[in-house]
Design a protein around this ligand. Structure first.
Ligand SMILES: Nc1ncnc2c1ncn2[C@@H]1O[C@H](COP(=O)(O)OP(=O)(O)OP(=O)(O)O)[C@@H](O)[C@H]1O
Ligand SMILES: [Zn+2]
Length: 741
């Protein structure tokens, strides 16, 4: 019999390359690519992953060892994902283990606890429920009421979500209400997920309106289809103004891909904030949708992944990590709201999912669609250069035009004696909308009550004990650190000098809410920010309530600007447009343009609308371009700024954040390592900036230093990362986090 060889990547080592092993006869039928195996490596037994199986090898057979065994209970990685992991390892300079863990967000061993299902034993009369109510059997009632709607429910769901314990279930079985069985009658697999989005029954999901694509929409869809049917797989930027119907366009593209026997992954920034998009997917694709939701329990997540593995879904929708779903016939990846910062993975490896998705599309032979009204300059630049295909939608879908946007210079308001948070213009317009029973959204990019509290006597602001930032006042009279969550009661006297003249400055969403209620006492006001939506489902509850017209004014942080489609909103007020400009990051103008354009874009989607931008910096290019709703103008300015400063996309940039509890050692280390880099001839052509202080020096008791390294050659940055890692060996108390842009 001929020999069979396997190329294996060894986990838990620093060796990058694969090693060849012989496959023993007893394992021949069992091993596959991506399969975890045990091998002898040096004198140790190690775990590895098979990345290739072949019939020939150039290596002398006498030097090769046999694979010891297949690792029991290990989860094998899909071949595409394995290749993606290898790429992630190299691209972001992480260990292979880390890369594998990244592409396998659902671990083994989380099998659904026996697939027990609870069934209702026939109709439940109201009188039975009344009887239970009299006996105060609340858990039992909860269960029966749910079962009345769906007939059967997974036991895991009943235990976890309905909080009905096994003792109660046992009793109810004995009393003849329910039966526990296996999942013979399949309950709808999406129900638990939909419930978390506030939809109780599958029948509540409406059939989609059969829209006819308008001319523009048809044109771009046709370009995609033609490419796809001729076997061309591309990356596309779907750049459409707010409200141009991008969702409908990519739904049609997905339909086409499915009709070709393939599957699609749709990434959205955050499920609870984009539940309208999720529901639209379910409207169109029914139970062939799998939803990955970060709020799902591990079992529910495993269940969704299992469905995908069993080929029970054509469309997979979810946040970032849904890209790693075990899809077998991937034809299309869509990244909706491509610009959203939620696509950045902030922990190691710190990638943007856009880049990872781009690689996966190549590996799997799929197309990639990046959709946005405000694409990142990086992506738009690639479209301009012809690297990716540009598909444009320039008109709003419902025959309205973009909202009229006006800028109010708040310095002028002050000069005219208006000290209110509302400019005269905005106030008049809000009154007008309230009269007409139309809805208003007020966007403010800061939560809490006041941005900081300081002493009028000594001038000191109250700072967090653990972080080098001022604490934010919340309306429960607590000071909260937005970096670490540390909170204290508002002191009565200044902690620095003891004077009692402490006062709060600046405005957050909570104060805005109070003031809005004062100025418009008859309006129904709703506030949406991380403080008000901490409850499990309240974000989508609020969005739904507002869409139904339950409130006149919706106040909120960036949460309220994400792609929402409210027909009755005809006015958007942007309260302190400049807040995001003061963040010291080369992205701050981009972020500002994005937020303002997206916020303004919520107005007038179905009837004529208007937006007012209140600012102290009307001349800033991001603010001016957002007011003019002129992406190209913004892009030109942004690129000029990036070229001037030497920022991406004109080069690659590695940001290294050193951190340590010990300030002195941190300084010594950062200076020392920068010295090593600067004296190395190999890195001569790199721009090295720092070490400098980040805008917040201390977070959670850790001091931090930043070093920026720029180069037009990405590989050099990887070499530099290796060099830094070597250098760090001499400093026991310092760690580093790398961010490649
Ligand atoms: N061809 C069409 N005919 C009628 N209505 C349409 C059509 N296409 C889209 N719509 C409707 O237009 C509205 C806006 O669409 P959608 O939310 O997809 O816009 P968008 O491009 O994603 O905007 P944003 O970037 O602001 O999120 C939706 O209510 C949608 O149902
Ligand atoms: Zn803090």
């Amino acid at each position: 019999m001929k020999n069979l060889f396997a190329d294996i990547i060894i986990a838990n080592t620093n060796v990058d390359r694969p090693f060849t092993y012989l496959i023993p006869i007893n394992l021949r039928d069992k091993v596959t690519r991506g399969c975890p195996v045990l091998i002898e490596f040096g004198k140790l037994t190690k775990k590895g992953y098979i990345i290739d199986i072949k019939e020939e090898s150039d290596i002398d057979i006498s030097k090769l060892k046999y694979i010891t065994d297949i690792e029991k209970g290990g989860l094998s990685t899909d071949e595409n994902l394995l290749r993606l992991a290898i790429w992630i390892k190299h691209r972001y300079g992480v260990t292979f283990d880390k890369a594998i863990a990244t592409v396998m967000p659902v671990k083994s061993g989380m099998k659904e606890k026996s697939n027990n299902e609870i069934f209702l034993n026939g109709e439940i009369e109201e009188s039975v429920l009344d009887e239970l109510r009299r006996k105060r059997k609340t858990a039992g009632i909860r269960l029966l009421e749910e079962l009345k709607k769906t007939f059967s429910l997974p036991q895991s769901y009943v235990n976890k979500e309905l909080k009905v314990n096994s003792a109660t279930i046992k009793k109810m079985v004995e009393e003849g209400y329910i039966t526990v069985g296996t999942k013979k009658v399949k309950s709808n697999p999406l129900l638990p997920v939909l419930k978390s989005l506030g939809v109780d029954k599958f029948s509540e999901i409406q059939k989609p309106k059969e829209y006819i694509l308008n001319e523009e929409q048809k044109q771009v869809t046709d370009i995609f289809k033609t490419d796809f049917c001729t076997g061309e797989r591309n990356t596309y930027l779907l750049h459409g103004i707010t409200g141009s119907g991008k969702t409908l366009v990519f739904i049609n593209m997905i339909k086409y891909v499915i009709s070709n026997g393939l599957q699609a992954i749709v990434l959205i920034p955050e499920i609870s904030l984009t539940y309208q998009t999720v529901l639209r997917m379910v409207e169109y694709f029914g139970d062939r949708v799998a939803i990955i939701n970060s709020k799902l329990s591990k079992n529910e997540k495993f269940y969704q992944f299992d469905r995908i593995k069993k080929d029970d879904a054509d469309v997979i929708i979810g946040p970032r990590s849904a890209i790693f779903a075990p899809v077998k016939r991937l034809g299309l990846i869509v990244i909706d709201e491509e610009h959203d910062s939620a696509y950045k993975n902030e922990s190691v490896p710190t990638f943007n999912i856009r880049d990872v998705a781009g690689k996966l599309a190549k590996i799997a032979g799929a197309s990639l669609i990046l959709a946005s009204a405000t694409p990142t300059p990086e992506t738009y630049n690639r479209a301009i250069n012809g690297e990716i295909k540009l598909l444009e939608l320039k008109k709003r879908a419902k025959n309205t035009s973009l909202p009229k946007v006006s800028i109010v210079d708040m310095r002028d308001e002050l000069k005219r004696g208006n000290r209110s948070i509302f400019s005269n213009k905005l106030k008049t317009l809000i009154e007008d909308r309230l009269r007409k029973h139309e809805q208003v959204m007020l966007f403010m990019n800061r939560r809490g009550y006041s941005s900081f509290v300081s002493c009028r006597f000594c001038g000191e602001a109250i700072k967090c004990k653990h972080c080098d930032v001022t604490m934010t006042l919340h309306n429960n009279n607590k000071l909260i650190c937005h970096y670490c969550g540390y909170s204290v009661d508002l002191p009565k006297v200044c902690p620095s000098c003891g004077s009692k003249y402490i006062a709060n400055f600046g405005t957050g969403t909570q104060k805005l809410e109070v003031m809005t209620r004062e100025v418009f006492p008859n309006a129904k006001v709703l506030r949406m920010d991380t403080d008000s939506v901490s409850k499990k489902n309240s974000a989508n509850d609020m969005i739904r309530d507002f869409a139904r017209g339950d409130a006149d004014i919706l106040i909120g942080t960036q949460m309220i600007v994400k792609g929402h489609d409210f027909d009755n909103v005809t006015l958007v007020g942007i309260m302190a447009a400049d807040t995001s400009l003061y963040v010291s990051n080369y992205n701050s103008a981009q972020r500002t343009f994005e937020l303002l354009t997206q916020a303004a874009g919520r107005a007038g989607r179905a009837k004529t609308g208007e937006a007012v931008i209140q600012t102290y910096k009307p001349e800033n290019y991001a603010i001016a371009a957002a007011a003019a709703q002129d992406y190209k103008k913004y892009f030109e300015n942004e690129m000029a700024y990036r070229k001037l400063g030497g920022y991406p996309p004109t080069c690659y940039m590695l940001t290294v954040m050193f951190s340590s509890i010990k300030e002195e050692e941190l300084n010594k280390c950062a200076i020392g390592i920068v010295g090593i880099l600067k004296s190395d001839n190999k890195f001569k052509k790199s721009t090295i900036i720092g070490p400098t202080d980040p805008s917040v020096v201390k977070v959670k008791d850790y001091y931090r230093k930043l070093v920026y390294i720029k180069n037009t050659n990405y590989d050099i940055l990887l070499d530099i990362q290796k060099k830094i890692e070597e250098g760090l060996n001499s400093y026991r108390n310092v760690g580093a986090v790398y961010d490649f842009n």
